[in-house]
Design a protein around this ligand. Structure first.
Ligand SMILES: N[C@@H](CCC(=O)N[C@@H](CS)C(=O)NCC(=O)O)C(=O)O
Length: 263
């Protein structure tokens, strides 16, 4: 049997952002799933966010087909229009609705569990070191950036509210959410379907950052749930960078320092 060439094989994209961000990782995995080659443009300083995207000042931003699109949900929708195969939503409207809601829950709720854990007193030092390590800032600026980053991002987490709960409560609640997700996953390989969708890409981004070092509490929760750990590795394998084919460049976005643990 001749392997089908992915539809996105002739497209090129630029992905602006750091793969430490769960939303950037979500988009990188969607590009890889679609077979779209991309170049990662990591931020050099927080000012880049505003330059790339004056509207929300957040990453990711994607440049594709002559247009810049921001927000991971809007980017995935655009990718599905440009490169319909493989689809990122089920063809059945009822299943697609659940996948979309889970994507939204992951982006707008689960993200804040990760933020609360990352910026808790127990983990903030390790998180700051990790974030600073991903920015090529001059040595003289680093001590100031350390203080500014920590204050800004911790304040975001406190403003959302979940981070005001005791750390043990956030960890306990996250474990409950993981158990509930596993009930929904049942014995299917992906959420509500047999192939990955926007829901799995969004969850992958969050599970990836939760297992990236500074939050050992979350790593323990995943390790205690082998079905969740297997699910993470399954999505990782299904969305991994495609190997270069003769006559075609490989995706050029993989930032090996910060990519998925299982990759
Ligand atoms: N809803 C947005 C969320 C993007 C987002 O929150 N990105 C964070 C990084 S994880 C960011 O750029 N934060 C910078 C800031 O808030 O200044 C999406 O899905 O793209």
């Amino acid at each position: 049997m001749i392997a089908r060439r992915p539809e996105g094989a002739d497209m090129e994209a630029k992905l602006f952002g750091s793969r430490l961000s769960p939303f950037v990782e979500k988009v990188a995995r969607a590009l890889q799933l679609k077979g779209i080659a991309f170049t990662l443009v990591p931020p050099k300083s927080p000012a880049d966010f505003k330059r790339w995207n004056a509207q929300t000042r957040k990453m990711p931003v994607v440049e594709i087909d002559g247009r810049r699109v921001f927000d991971s949900t809007l980017i995935l929708r655009r990718l599905d229009q440009l490169v319909p195969e493989p689809p990122l939503l089920d063809r059945d409207a009822g299943i697609a609705a659940r996948q979309r809601f889970l994507e939204d829950w992951s982006d707008e709720s689960l993200y804040w569990y990760a933020m609360a854990l990352r910026w808790s007193d127990a983990n903030a030092e390790a998180t700051t070191t990790q974030v600073l390590g991903s920015i090529p800032a001059p040595a003289a600026l680093r001590p100031v950036l350390r203080v500014v980053l920590r204050r800004q991002l911790r304040n975001q987490a406190l403003a959302q509210g979940l981070a005001r709960l005791p750390l043990e409560t956030v960890v306990d609640e996250l474990g409950r959410r993981f158990d509930e997700l596993l009930v929904w996953l049942g014995d299917r390989p992906y959420f509500f379907a047999d192939r990955p969708s926007v829901a799995d890409l969004a969850l992958f981004g969050q599970l990836n950052v939760l297992q990236s070092g500074p939050t050992p509490q979350a790593e323990r929760l995943v390790a205690e749930r082998p079905r969740l750990a297997d699910y993470f590795l399954r999505v990782d394998a299904a969305t991994a960078e495609r190997r270069a084919e003769p006559g075609r460049g490989a995706a050029r976005g993989v930032d090996f320092g910060t990519t998925a643990r299982g990759a």
